[in-house]
Write a protein that binds this ligand. Structure first.
Ligand code: SAM
Ligand code: SF4
Length: 332
């Protein structure tokens, strides 16, 4: 029997995204509405032990070698440090990283590093505290910046920065954001805005495309494409900035999708496997877990879920349908 998560197009998933909560302390306009989002109820959420068991099955039985914790905001999960420590003790030890808005990293970065976390991606869309408050509906800009500094200080490096540009809100800031990251040794990646907001307000025509992002950066920097061979399964296309070694990335999920090389599998906070961010079906591992399923049975369910992965997300196709769950509940 196969021991890896392979799909019918021959792709192998080795990169597991685990959502630890659907809740968040920000309300980014491209992600969540100001209020009214229904949270998962506590009994629906996997416990810390259940998460660690599923990660263990993925790592020891299914060939997963990288685990990224996300959400919602993963730093809101009380048991995060313990989960990281348990996952770091697995054999073979997976690479462990975290995608976070950075709020609270000031307090937790050192403990996370000690527990075995390797790296963080911090989301920062603007250098302007007022624009930040408009974009996230919270006045927490300085907390994000201090969180990033704490991550650097704790050795959770290289600190990567995720930025979503929105037209008329922060798109003019692209070169400033890159200059700011270069000064600090942070690696910046722009992400095209995707139709994954809870409000279903995404509009293709107002999305800032990869091409526009690159045009804006080229007003101040010389960008040289990094050889494709170095990209591997990474969704970001990368450019050397002013001859390198510094780089900038663009994740063009809409205009230049990289589904052909996708190596991801996803687990939601309520124990559902998704074979794609944009999948419209999920496979329930929580019920199997709670009904006393063996590791082998759970691994088999996971393999079947991945086998059915579609060739591509097709966001730019006319018949594209947004998934029911928003990004915050899938795990970005
Ligand atoms: N709360 C954490 C954070 O903000 O980093 C982790 C979860 S968040 C859903 C993960 C990433 O998804 C963030 O970098 C965020 O900017 C990005 N994101 C959220 N909604 C998005 C959307 N509609 N299109 C593109 N990226 C999005
Ligand atoms: Fe929260 Fe991250 Fe969504 Fe912003 S992008 S609302 S920080 S989950």
């Amino acid at each position: 029997m196969a021991t890896v998560l392979v799909d019918s197009f021959g792709r192998t998933a080795v990169d597991l995204r685990v959502s630890l909560t659907d809740r968040c302390n920000l309300r980014c306009t491209y992600c969540m509405p100001e209020e009214g989002l229904q949270w998962l109820a506590k009994p629906q959420l996997l416990t810390d032990e259940e998460i660690v068991r599923l990660v263990r099955i993925a790592v020891t039985d299914l060939g997963v070698s990288e685990v990224r914790f996300t959400g919602g905001e993963p730093l809101l999960r009380p048991g995060l440090v313990g989960i990281v420590a348990e996952c770091a003790a697995l054999e073979p030890r997976p690479e462990l990283s975290l995608t976070t808005n950075g709020i609270g990293l000031g307090r937790t970065a050192a403990a996370l590093r000690d527990a075995g976390l390797d790296r963080v991606n911090v989301s920062l869309d603007t250098l302007d505290p007022e624009a930040f408050a408009r974009l996230t509906r919270r006045h927490r800009h300085s907390d994000v910046l201090s969180g990033m500094a704490a991550a650097e200080e704790a050795g959770l490096t290289p600190v990567k920065v995720n930025t979503v540009l929105m037209r008329g809100v922060n798109d003019q800031e692209a070169p400033d954001l890159l200059a700011w990251c270069l000064e600090r040794g942070y690696e910046l990646r722009f992400i095209e805005q995707m139709p994954l907001d809870a409000q279903h307000g995404w509009d293709r025509s107002s999305m800032v495309t990869a091409e526009e992002i690159l045009e804006r950066l080229a007003t101040r920097f010389t960008l040289t494409p990094e050889p494709a061979a170095r990209r591997g399964a990474a969704p970001a296309e990368r450019w050397l900035v002013d001859g390198g070694p510094a780089r900038v990335g663009v994740i063009a999920s809409v205009t230049r999708p990289f589904c052909r090389a996708c190596d991801r599998t996803r687990l939601t906070a309520d124990g559902q496997v998704r074979n794609c961010l944009f999948a419209r079906e999920e496979t329930d591992l929580r019920t199997a877990l709670r009904d006393g399923g063996s590791d082998g049975e759970i691994a088999a369910l996971w393999r079947t879920a991945m086998w059915g992965k579609k060739a591509g997300a097709g966001i730019d196709n006319p018949d594209f349908l947004q998934p029911d769950r928003p990004m915050s509940a899938i795990g970005g």
